[in-house]
Every structure is written in structure tokens, then in C-alpha cells.
Design a protein around this ligand. Structure first.
Ligand code: SF4
Length: 240
């Protein structure tokens, strides 16, 4: 259980460039929170939940100050990632308020297993249900509920699915068709998230395969397949 008035922080780093999804290319500082209700087979940040590393419990004010210490005046966007940041309640709402008061935009990514009222305050929210290759099973009743709430409130959000193979692609298509009005992104899966060798060539080949799949599929006319841009440039290095 996460302590009520603190944020479990695994790392804060940046400014860097967002490499995925609806704000790809955006300069941002990252906060990675600890704890996840999933355990995806290919998780590239398993240290956030598998006990290898310990989270630092910080108040929203402490996180806000740390962001400014490392980013100085060189950023106007913060990305909250995990783990699953949606496991955290009020302290994240407070942090988002503090950032907004300073004119800083906030992005957040979560797999869509939990809803939080503060989702409405996020400037660019990415809901990323996990495909079959993750070995996780999406609860579509819950996801329907989250998508409906965000749509009714006119929150800016998008869906993103990581694709490793045909089965994942079919899952992505099913999700896209279920929520046809929501902007939809595909992301190339990284099968070796912990190797120190360059994965760029492998990822580019996978991206070419994904481009072909989208190009040939008349039901995928409105989706955007993207690379993990940061991984092409920096490989699997952490904190970039
Ligand atoms: Fe890792 Fe994200 Fe899956 Fe959690 S939801 S296990 S952080 S990939």
C-alpha cells in the first residue's frame, strides 16, 4: 500500500526528449514512481516494482523542488511515469497543481487499471493497455469506465499499445476499434530492454514491419505507428 501523503519516487531525471506517444519529441523532465499492479513479461522498468531498488518517499513539494533543482529554468513539461502512477492519490494531484501554478505542462502514462480524479488535470494523458505478449489481461469493464469518464470531461488523452507480434497487433486493432474516436498510437516493442548493446537496428526492422502492417490494414487508417525514439538514440541507458 502506498503511504497517503507521499509519492514513492524511483528517479527524477532530465530535461530529456520524450520518445513515445502523443508528445513524442517534447522536451521534458521525468518522474518515475514506484509500484505497479502489473508485472509485464517485457517490462523495461521492472526495478520500479520488483524490489531491486527502493523508492524514496517524497512530498509533492519536495518533488517540485527537486524538479526545479535538476531542470532549473530549462523545461516547461514534466512527464510522470512508472510503475503505475495511477496507484497514487492526493499527493500527485498536489504536484500537478504546483506545476500548473508555474505554467508547467504535465504528461502521464498509465496502463488503465485505476482511475484517479486528477486524471482530468493532466495535459496529455496516455492510457496504455498491455497486449497479450505482456502476459497481462486487460479488464475492459474498467477501461471502458475510464475512457467514458475522460471523454465526458473532454480530457486530452490518447491510447497507446506496444506491439511485438501479430497477436499484439490484433489486440491493438481490437482496442482501436472499441474506442474509435480516441487518438491511437502504436509503439514498437523492445524485446531486450536490459542489453547494453545497441538495439536500434532491431527496433528499426520491427518498425518497418509495423509500418507495413498498418499500411496494409484498412481498419488502421487513423493510427500512428511510432518508434521508441529515445531507445533509437540512446539505447537502453537509464535516466535519459
Ligand atoms: Fe512495467 Fe508498465 Fe507493465 Fe507496470 S504496466 S509492469 S511498469 S510495463
Amino acid at each position: 500500500m502506498i503511504r497517503e501523503n507521499r509519492i514513492p519516487v524511483m528517479e527524477i531525471f532530465g530535461p530529456t526528449i520524450q520518445g513515445e506517444g502523443m508528445v513524442i519529441g517534447c522536451k521534458t523532465v521525468f518522474i518515475r514512481t514506484g509500484g505497479c499492479d502489473y508485472s509485464c513479461a517485457w517490462c523495461d522498468s521492472a526495478f520500479t516494482w520488483n524490489g531491486e531498488e527502493k523508492a524514496k518517499m517524497m512530498t509533492s513539494r519536495q518533488v517540485f523542488e527537486k524538479l526545479h533543482k535538476i531542470g532549473e529554468n530549462n523545461f516547461n513539461h514534466v512527464t510522470i511515469s512508472g510503475g503505475n502512477p495511477a496507484l497514487i492519490g492526493e499527493p500527485l494531484a498536489e504536484l500537478i497543481n504546483l506545476l500548473h501554478q508555474k505554467g508547467i505542462h504535465v504528461g502521464l502514462e498509465t496502463q488503465g487499471t485505476r482511475f484517479q480524479e486528477w486524471f482530468y488535470q493532466v495535459d496529455n494523458l496516455i492510457i496504455s493497455p498491455k497486449p497479450p505478449s505482456s502476459n497481462m489481461v486487460t479488464d475492459f469493464n474498467k477501461l471502458d469506465d475510464i475512457v467514458e469518464k475522460l471523454t465526458k470531461a473532454r480530457t486530452t488523452f490518447s491510447l497507446k499499445v506496444v506491439v511485438f507480434d501479430d497477436t499484439d497487433f490484433n489486440f491493438a486493432k481490437m482496442v482501436h476499434l472499441r474506442y474509435i474516436k480516441i487518438p491511437f498510437y502504436l509503439s514498437v516493442g523492445n524485446p531486450k530492454p536490459y542489453t547494453e548493446r545497441s538495439v536500434a537496428l532491431d527496433l528499426l526492422k520491427r518498425l518497418e514491419w509495423l509500418f507495413d502492417k498498418v499500411i496494409q490494414d484498412s481498419e488502421m487508417n487513423n493510427v500512428r505507428p511510432l518508434p521508441q525514439l529515445h531507445t533509437l538514440v540512446w539505447g537502453n541507458k537509464r535516466k535519459v
